[in-house]
Design a protein around this ligand. Structure first.
Ligand code: NAP
Length: 271
């Protein structure tokens, strides 16, 4: 993977894809600053990495809080000795906040909160990591998009709008930071089995129909796992990806490659 000795900052690293990336990066010899809004989970993941012999520290950070983001980047630079990779992973879906999901039922507060974390948080983290990324000869920012950056889903207007913005911000920052030698890429996962997906399913009016929508389009007939995405993030951070910039990487089991569901191919039955 060629990421040994690189310094990673990962937001939302207490669970799911962020935790998986922190573990994988550390297992390849990277030094990792984990951060999360949930301290118990974040501390536990960092402790687990250290117990395996990896280098990991933890700092609380709600990515929508400017002062906390600034403090995170300062702490990462001091404790790791610099920042090479910013993994903007933290994100939420409106289904995790309770309340209505339709246009008429969702509150303004819910819409604003999704935007504050998923969009403003990415921008804030890039802004405050920049002084240290500029000092790195292998700097990159890796943003969590989604297939909903690209296509529509039911009951996802805040989330999908936010992830569309993340995809476009990736390209804008890749342009603006090119003179600094900082690469900026994003990836768009299909359904990855994490708490976010479990919460989304639980909030769906028809859970079986939603599970079909999420997984029966995967040409690889399973949900993704956090490790699948972690492998891509570590690759994008590595020198092997040094000519990849401003790119949008689908990691969706093939779901956006076609318009069918697996029953058409005799590969699965609707649940
Ligand atoms: P997850 O399992 O819910 O984990 C996200 C982590 O971020 C949790 O530890 C959560 O803490 C934390 N978090 C929530 N709000 C935060 C904030 N304001 N500041 C910092 N941390 C915060 O989610 P995931 O499925 O791993 O998703 C990670 C990223 O991948 C997200 O950006 C998501 O949109 C994207 N993504 C996921 C999927 C998927 O299928 N899972 C698909 C496409 C894209 P709590 O314990 O407090 O919730």
């Amino acid at each position: 993977m060629q990421i040994a000795g690189m310094n990673f900052v990962i937001t939302g690293a207490g669970a799911g894809i962020g935790a998986g990336t922190a573990r994988l990066a550390a297992s390849h010899g990277a030094r990792v600053m984990l951060s999360d809004a949930n301290d118990a989970n974040g501390e536990a993941v960092a402790e687990g990495i250290r117990a395996e012999g990896g280098t990991a520290c933890y700092q609380h950070c709600d990515v929508s809080d400017e002062a906390q983001v600034q403090a995170l980047m300062q702490a990462a630079a001091e404790q790791l000795g610099g920042i090479d990779v910013l993994h903007n992973n933290a994100g939420i879906h409106e289904s995790m906040l309770g309340g209505g999901l339709s246009l008429e039922n969702m509150s303004r507060a819910t819409f604003d909160k999704v935007m504050a974390i998923n969009v403003t948080g990415v921008w804030l983290c890039a802004k405050y990591a920049l002084p240290w990324l500029r000092q790195s000869s292998q700097a990159s920012i890796i943003n969590a998009g989604s297939t909903s950056s690209i296509t529509g889903y039911p009951n996802c207007v805040a989330y999908g709008s936010s992830k569309g913005a993340v995809m476009q911000m990736t390209k804008m920052l890749a342009v603006d930071l090119a003179p600094d030698g900082i690469r900026v890429n994003c990836y768009c996962p299909g359904s990855i089995h994490t708490k976010m997906v479990d919460d989304f399913l639980a909030a769906a009016p028809d859970q079986k129909a939603m599970l079909n929508t999420m997984t029966m389009t995967h040409l690889i007939p399973r949900m993704g796992q956090p490790q699948d995405v972690a492998e891509l993030v570590c690759f994008l951070a590595s020198p092997a990806a040094s000519f990849i910039n401003g790119a949008v990487w689908l990691i969706d089991g093939g779901s956006l490659a076609w318009r069918g569901t697996l029953d058409v191919l005799g590969m699965g039955e609707r649940v």
